[in-house]
Design a protein around this ligand. Sequence first.
Ligand code: BGC
Length: 250
Amino acid sequence: MSTENPFGIDFGGSGIKGAPVDLETGEFAGERERIETPQPATPDAVLGVLVELLGRFEDSTAPVGLTIPGVVRHGVVSSAANIDPAWIGTDADALLTDATGRVVHVVNDADAAGLAEVRYGAAQGVSGLVIVTTLGTGIGSAMVFDGIVVPNSELGHLEIEGHDAESRAANSAREREELSWEEWAGRLTTYYRTVERLFSPELFVVGGGVSKRSEEFLPLLDIRTPIIPAQLRNTAGIVGAALAAVEHGR
Ligand code: BGC
């Protein structure tokens, strides 16, 4: 195994951001670089960005982790709710490893955030089941039991009151429908009550860009389970991707 710092890359709707990560501390071990997400963000287009991004850093043989907002099994992407459908069926690990000459592992974006929050952030040291949710364009979820992520839980796609949950309760729904914080908190209450009834977690952690405004909506939720904002905020994707790259296959 390489002793260099692994590299994490966060593939988001507007930017693809990457940095080497010091896994001792969970902090970046170098400057973060960002490139606009190509439109459409097909596998080939993202691959081009990845090559350019890695080229901005010194030559390294350390593994690379990349977040994907979809289901990932054995490196193959099998859902694309909010990304280009060309990802479905793509063996992203193989494609990106061949193209970059680095060992690349892809990981679901929410699972990456979950790994990072449990290792370094809000859920550090919490035993039992922690559910990390990310509220953004969609709703991402990571189920973490005693520090181990059970991947691809996809709890944003629970069907609640006849709707795909994320279409009503994601932050994009709040923006699109111009919901007040109170109105959105009502929808989130319905959402988190459903999840707590099904899984009885010890703790919910809420990430995604809107979590920096958590004091506007978390106190308005009426649920039984403790719910707290994520701590790593916009570094969770990169840090979790780097962790996943190293822990892959362990
Ligand atoms: C996708 C998930 C992803 C989440 C957050 C959902 O629409 O199905 O895989 O984690 O959005 O990006």
